[in-house]
Write a protein that binds this ligand. Sequence first.
Ligand code: MF3
Ligand code: CO
Length: 314
Amino acid sequence: MGKSVLEYNLMRRKVDRNPFQVEVEEKLGRNDDCWCGSGKKYKKCHCSFDDKLDDYRRSGVLVPPRRIIKNPDQMQGIRESARINIAILDYLDEHIVEGISTQEIDNWVSSITKKHNAVAATLNYEGFPKSVCTSINDVVCHGIPSRDEILKDGDIVNVDVSTIYGGYFSDSSRMYCIGNVSAEKRRLVDIAKQSLEVGLQYVQPWRKIGDMGAAIHEFVMQNGYSVVREIGGHGVGLEFHEDPWVSYVCPRDTGMLMVPGMVFTIEPMINMGKEDIYISEDDGWTVHTEDGLPSAQWEIQVLVTEDGYEIISY
Ligand code: MF3
Ligand code: CO
């Protein structure tokens, strides 16, 4: 039985549980320990931050809940997880070639992950059967590695790696061009990559996340492509999928306020043709373009800092 894309995303917690829900956070005294777990007194930590957030909240802005704001120890834990995630992708850069199966990619990811005493975040996640997602050509995302799927000359493939280490999550993906890829497909891959640079320019504290998404959307449309609407990025770090839901098809000046300590992915899925997608009824996971044209995606994980951003995983 086919699931709707909305059901699919709700199940995978890739949409806001309730974007309008107002979280009631505990009020702290100035000399209490800060809620962020830094061990510092509230007045020396997030006290003025909370006052600022209250002002935004009162003026109707969607502000982040405390549970997604990372303290310095958590940031460090996420960076360590990302170091493994990046090492895996670097290994794939050197080893992915025509003629291997996507199962071989899964084997590599699985063994490098284990060597680092880490766990692949996708394995058994909501029933996902493998340690990595491999999405070729018209597959938009969430492709399942298989012994029967062989990389061919001219393919473009996204490999999406996510790692759990010390309880912290990292998530990023790259595109691989196999052999002689047509100029048309190469351009799609390049624009998908460049769109991240465009988005990054808008990752600044006290700015809304929709500014970033809208900038990516405009850039992609100017280049003649479309952006998948139903699946986007997500907060990540303490869990695999946290708030906020990160859209790349949204108006400017909307969405959650970005603040220091937030960690999320930027991972727009760029289609050569129309934006429409469907989910395979055979496996319940693989997302395809409706028109069968190729799709490309690069994913980075970013931390919002006091004065901009830090790229955590790429
Ligand atoms: N790395 C993917 C993401 O962006 C993983 C999706 S869940 C999976 O969140 F089970 F499909 F892997
Ligand atoms: Co992701």
